[in-house]
Design a protein around this ligand. Structure first.
Ligand code: HAM
Length: 415
């Protein structure tokens, strides 16, 4: 019986990992420049943490979580996102007491049992950041600038940034009622999913992907037209900071996002290089969430971005050109003594920091040369009895074919 990956999961094969590592190193470098420190939380948590934060009625919690009872009958869930666990760690470890503002980032796998399609997996990877302790709109904008800077450094400059304000506990309840009244008038014409949402989560009806729902709700009142004074000022500040930074954006009054914890700012970054799953990143402010999870009242804001989707965009743009991981030197041994000598020399060079390789399969000289070619080695050194006696050999540049003499005691590679 042959085992296969579970639907919606993927192997990241050796030929792909260099691309992943390049993306991860750009993420880490930009996070460092923005003064974010890495946090690593477990991949599974108590189910209640996600239900409480993301919202019982969201698609993620009601349909997509990998939830199971462990052997001690505790309900465990594979994390569907990184925010809830980061906040749990922040509260549990009293990070707020160490500093008034905590800025952390994460990179890692997330799990959602969605219908797999291009750009949508069941185990996928996100990078993201959370800033806890400040309500300044500057941080909302920082959370948009961060992924955009990462995309820019990777060579992507075509994206669209959509922003909205989803209000707060002061202005949202009245708006919700107003919207519900309007939605009830067209209830029977709405899609089944939207009908369910009218009573439970009416804002998400505006976010429906169903074409007819969108037409029916075209003229509906929008949250950002019914903000309280505080939310209005905050949203205006976010917009003027984006303007000052010359970052193009669109205000989308229908943008609600699929997680319930947002207050004030919500945003999404999309790319036309992606198909229907076009969201590269999303985030927003969540000023009530720390308290909701049992911590002190602490404002927070963050974002998360899909790495697989980013790699799709990079491959469409033919970006993510990465430095070759091919060996610098490939030794070809002509006889048993030379094979042992080349093996020992390879180890010495590796310890000195040079990527060196040797044949382990007892192949013929011709096959060893072919292997050096296949691995795209930069140089080949053929070693036999003669070379060992004179302690010199030929260093062959595999790109130009040029051969130069090299001392076997001190192998120097042309720079
Ligand atoms: P989210 O919008 O659910 O937000 O996910 C963020 C990004 O993760 C998406 O824009 C997408 O690129 C990627 N993603 C989501 N689901 C999948 C999937 N099934 N397959 C592939 N990629 C996927 C959050 O997760 C929030 N925690 C963001 C946040 C952080 N808000 C505040 N702080």
């Amino acid at each position: 019986m042959k085992f296969r990956t579970i639907k919606g999961t993927k192997d990241i094969l050796p030929e792909e990992t260099a691309g992943w590592q390049n993306v991860e190193s750009v993420i880490r470098r930009v996070m460092r420049n923005f003064n974010y420190q890495e946090i690593r939380t477990p991949t599974f948590e108590q189910t209640g943490l996600f239900a409480r934060s993301i919202g019982e009625l969201t698609d993620i919690v009601s349909k997509e979580m990998y939830t199971f009872l462990d052997r001690s009958e505790e309900s465990i869930t594979l994390r569907p996102e990184g925010t809830a666990a980061t906040l749990r760690a922040y509260i549990q470890n009293n990070l707020g007491e160490q500093s008034p503002l905590t800025k952390v980032y994460y990179i890692g796998p997330m799990f959602r049992q969605e219908r797999p399609q291009a750009g949508r997996l069941r185990q996928f990877h996100q990078f993201g950041a959370e800033a806890l302790g400040a309500s300044s709109p500057q941080l909302d904008v920082e959370m948009m600038v961060l992924p955009l800077e990462i995309y820019k450094q990777l060579g992507i400059d075509h994206f669209s940034l959509k922003i909205n304000s989803v209000g707060c506990e002061k202005c949202r309840p009245a708006y919700k009622q107003l919207l519900q009244t309007e939605l009830r008038k067209i209830f029977t014409q709405l899609s089944h999913d939207s009908q369910v949402r009218v009573e439970q989560n009416p804002l998400r009806v505006l976010d429906s992907k169903d074409k007819k729902d969108r037409e029916l709700t075209a003229g509906m009142p929008l949250m950002n037209e019914h903000l309280c004074e505080e939310c209005t000022v905050h949203f205006a500040s976010v917009r003027s900071l984006l303007d000052a930074l010359n970052i193009p954006y669109e205000v989308d009054g229908r943008l609600v996002r699929g997680l319930d914890y947002y207050t004030k700012t919500a945003f999404e970054i999309t790319s036309t290089a992606l198909g229907s799953q076009d969201a590269l990143a999303g985030g927003g402010r969540y000023d009530l969430l720390v308290e909701e999870l049992g911590g002190k009242q602490t404002p927070g804001v963050g974002f998360a971005a899909g790495i697989e989707r980013l790699l799709i965009v990079l491959s469409k743009l033919n970006e993510n050109k990465i430095a070759s991981s091919a060996p610098v030197i490939f030794f070809v041994g002509l006889d048993e003594t030379a094979r042992i000598w080349t093996f020992l020399k390879t180890n010495e060079l590796r310890r000195q920091g040079t990527c060196a390789e040797v044949d382990y399969l007892g192949r013929s000289v011709k096959s060893q040369m072919r292997e050096a070619n296949r691995q795209q080695a930069q140089y080949v050194i053929v070693v036999g009895e003669q070379e060992l006696k004179t302690k010199t050999a030929k260093l062959k540049n595999m790109h130009t074919g040029e051969e130069t003499a090299v001392s076997l005691e001190k192998i120097e590679i042309p720079s």
